[in-house]
Ligand binder design. Structure first.
Ligand SMILES: C[S@@+](CC[C@H](N)C(=O)[O-])C[C@H]1O[C@@H](n2cnc3c(N)ncnc32)[C@H](O)[C@@H]1O
Ligand code: SF4
Length: 325
């Protein structure tokens, strides 16, 4: 039995589903480019050097992972997935295979026609809302898109329908000094429309690392407290078990084909889709993550506490020349 209504569709699976399907999730990175310039973005370079895994290669990866139980594909980062034309081809591909898609987006580029397409192709959304105050929103996102965001959000709520019946929209806030009064309002919005809310502090990476003193001038303790007060979950990828969908039950593949435990940990590569078989990748990933005292969020553990996973990954690294598993 799946766990209804406490998480959005795609993150809603029961413990048994995770037990039966070693790779329930694929996190597939698309473009690094973005129409926003969020002050805390984990990505410091928004330029793109062209795609590295072809569309067909990504489609094949999805088909291959279906044999390991793949049920949900996430398009979460590192840029804005709605900019990448591959997104729509892959959503159609997933839909034909009976796979749910979870799309992370700032929704500035989603007009009514696109939202209808998403709704009709089994796409759940994790929508960025860092503020409901126009000035704060535009300042944090380095954009002038608040008005457009509001219009698109209204369309999204109307097309996606009653979220108390079926949850397909989650709201995500990254909490920094300048928006620390916003979660109270965003929480109320979520309660009014039946949306799941994830409010979390920033990981110290990319732009966030460069501008850390500006975004967290007083450290993160107070911000952590505020986030905890209003949030439904510790991280957007949280499952019913309280762990991370991708690190705990999936595979994360970067644009280059490199496999990482978490899309935010781009330096920790344990295999590559181009050189390793799916069997090797799944086997290595399972070994790497099979250790005790797992942090709830590996990225934050490493980025904010100086924890290290290198030795762990090194121990299980697969080289292309290594004997096939
Ligand atoms: C990299 S963004 C890509 C998708 C889309 N552009 C967006 O912002 O929603 C994916 C998720 O990472 C979050 N994120 C970005 N930088 C972060 C940071 N330094 N710490 C924590 N979360 C971050 C975003 O808020 C978003 O929920
Ligand atoms: S957090 Fe998302 S919307 Fe903001 S700059 Fe980064 S990729 Fe773009």
């Amino acid at each position: 039995m799946e766990v209804a209504n406490s998480l959005i569709k795609g993150f809603h699976y029961s413990e048994k589903t995770y037990f039966d399907n070693p790779v329930t999730y694929l996190s597939c990175d698309l473009t690094k480019a973005c129409n926003y310039r969020c002050i805390y973005c984990g990505n410091a370079m928004h330029g793109d050097k062209g795609k590295e895994l072809s569309t067909e290669r990504k489609k094949k990866l999805i088909c291959d992972l279906k044999k390991y139980g793949l049920k949900t594909v996430l398009f979460a980062g590192e840029g804005e997935p709605t900019i990448d034309p591959d997104l729509y081809l892959l959503i159609e591909h997933n839909y034909k295979l009976g796979i749910t898609t979870i799309l992370y987006s700032n929704i500035a580029l989603l007009n009514k026609r696109i939202i209808e397409f998403l709704y009709n192709h089994d796409v759940s959304l994790v929508v960025k809302i860092d503020a409901l105050d126009e000035t704060i929103y535009n300042k944090i996102t380095g954009s002038k898109e608040f008005v457009l965001f509001e219009e698109n959000f209204e369309n999204l709520l109307s097309i996606y329908g009653d979220q108390f019946k079926e949850k397909r929209i989650e709201i995500s806030t990254v909490l920094i000094e300048s928006n620390k009064k916003e979660p109270e309002k965003i929480r109320k919005l979520c309660d009014k429309y039946g949306l799941i809310y994830c409010c979390k502090t920033a990981g110290k990476k990319g732009m966030a690392e460069k501008r850390w003193k500006e975004i967290c001038p007083n450290g993160t303790a107070e911000l952590e407290k505020i986030a905890k007060k209003y949030t439904d979950k510790y991280q957007t990828t949280g499952t019913i078990l309280g762990d991370c969908a991708i690190a705990g039950h999936g595979i994360a593949v970067l644009k280059s084909g490199e496999c990482v435990l978490c899309p935010s940990l781009t330096d920790y590569v344990y295999a590559n889709v181009k050189t390793n078989t799916i069997k090797e990748i799944v086997s290595t990933k399972t070994k790497i993550y099979n250790f005790s005292n797992k942090p709830a969020c590996i990225a934050k553990y490493i980025q904010n506490t100086g924890g290290r996973l290198e030795s762990l990954l090194e121990k299980h690294r697969v080289s292309p020349n290594e004997q096939k598993i």
